[in-house]
Ligand binder design. Sequence first.
Ligand SMILES: [Zn+2]
Ligand SMILES: [Zn+2]
Length: 387
Amino acid sequence: MTRYDLRFAGLIALVTIAVGLAIGFAVGWMTRPDAPVEAGVRSAESATHSSSAGEQADGIPGYQDVYVNDYADLLDPAAEEEIRGEMIGLYDRTGVEMTVLTIDSLGTYGWQGSLESFATALFNDWGIGNAESNDGVLVLVSEGDRRMRIEIGAGYASSWDDRMQRVIDDGFLPDFREENYQAGILNGVEETIYELTGLYPGEEDSGTLERGFNRIARVLTDVWVGLVALAAGAAGALFLAVRRHLRNRPRRCAQCDTWMQRAGEQADDAHLDGGQQLEEFLKSVDYDVWYCPSCGSMEIKRYPAIFSSLSACPACSYRTLRSTTEILEHATTSSTGRKRVTYDCENCGHHDTEIRTIPKKSESSSGSSRSSFGGGSSSGGGASGSW
Ligand SMILES: [Zn+2]
Ligand SMILES: [Zn+2]
């Protein structure tokens, strides 16, 4: 590449970065969070609806946890923990009590009525949400009935029903239709929180720019995942083609200016030392040997692999160092953990170990420890979906 090429490439890179930053900031600014919940609109009607619910309250399961009750066993422990963390984060940030419940079917509890009436009855039986602002949210998934509902507290204006419908249709149901319940619940819960607060879980402390990029990333993953993969694939292929071209292009001898010739892989080895041959064997580095047919001078070109788990050895400097990690103590929320990293060089036998600290787990999932709901009520607001 000439100096001009380099300068041109640098300019393109700068312009790309500047435009990217501008778009990221713009999207972040446009999607900044507004007031979380407009409360107090529907509370007046709440009394009328909940009366019928009370009569059948014995057909309603109790709760063991205020964040997640996975009675249909649709979530693995890690997913459950993730959701719990998000529910706690939401509560700590906004005071909104949101809870996720999965059940096998309404029939399991002998419920004769609709999913909607079940959700309202259960919402009021559990008392989800703050008793005054009535801002609780229940996500209910009935696997056997292939139906779900987001029931919201009486404090939400009726316009929230449409918003919850959108969350169900776009966030939960696509995965549910393929029976990927865990993925659907994880995604849907995040979308619900976003709808409620204008922020995705984990975004609370992020700046405008970061939020913008986050939003762009989500749009891309949701809608254009194929397109992005295609573009990335094309860029990757182009990069490799350019690399191969540069590597294979004819070159002249530095001594006598004759066109050089490339030795074949077999002939290569004769000119490489033991460490270099091992690097080739382990595929951490590839070598090309060029020789001049006129004056006999030799040029050895080194091409480190883009993807290799091996790193350069501090003793012999060949890229033949393998590392393995062993967890000695897992990190918890209250203490750091430790791991041992072992290095072994396949070329010179250099051996080393080091003990590293694993940072504490974040406090989010141990922050608040509520054990009961705030006594909120619902008047039947929300949305349902089936798949
Ligand atoms: Zn020469
Ligand atoms: Zn070594």
